[in-house]
Structures are given as C-alpha cells and as structure tokens.
Design a protein around this ligand. Structure first.
Ligand code: SF4
Length: 68
C-alpha cells in the first residue's frame, strides 16, 4: 500500500497526524508527504494509514493499493 497526499487539497487540518501519528508527520503544519513521490506504508501500519486518510477533511490522502 502506498500513500499520496495531493498538494492542492492539504489545508493543514492536521487530523491525519492526530489519529495516525506513526504514519503521518507535519512540516510547517502540512503533511510532509505533500509533493513527495508515492510513499510505501511500512508493514503493519496499513490500518493506521487508512484511519488517517479517512480522517482528512479534505480527502487529501489517497491510498494506492498494491497492484492498482
Ligand atoms: S493531509 Fe488532510 S488531515 Fe493531514 S494535514 Fe493535510 S488536510 Fe490536514
């Protein structure tokens, strides 16, 4: 599973970090993955990654399932 954060959508609400602190990090209040290549979620953290994506009020976090 990979994650992509859409730059124009991330508004710095920080909900992702609040619910999934082991997966998401902030830089200047925004998700550090903004503008970065798709990031491979470490094994075992997929549920937390999904929780963070669902918590984002802007739907800025896109989940890319393996094989898609
Ligand atoms: S990815 Fe979503 S929840 Fe996380 S900082 Fe950006 S807008 Fe907020």
């Amino acid at each position: 599973m990979k994650i992509r954060v859409v730059p124009d959508l991330c508004c710095g609400a920080q909900r992702c970090v609040a619910v999934a602190p082991d997966v998401y990090r902030l830089a200047d209040g925004y998700n550090v993955l903004v503008g970065q290549p798709d990031w491979e979620v470490p094994a075992g953290l997929e549920p937390q990654a999904l929780r963070g994506a669902r918590a984002c009020p802007e739907s800025a976090i896109k989940i890319i399932e393996d094989g898609s």
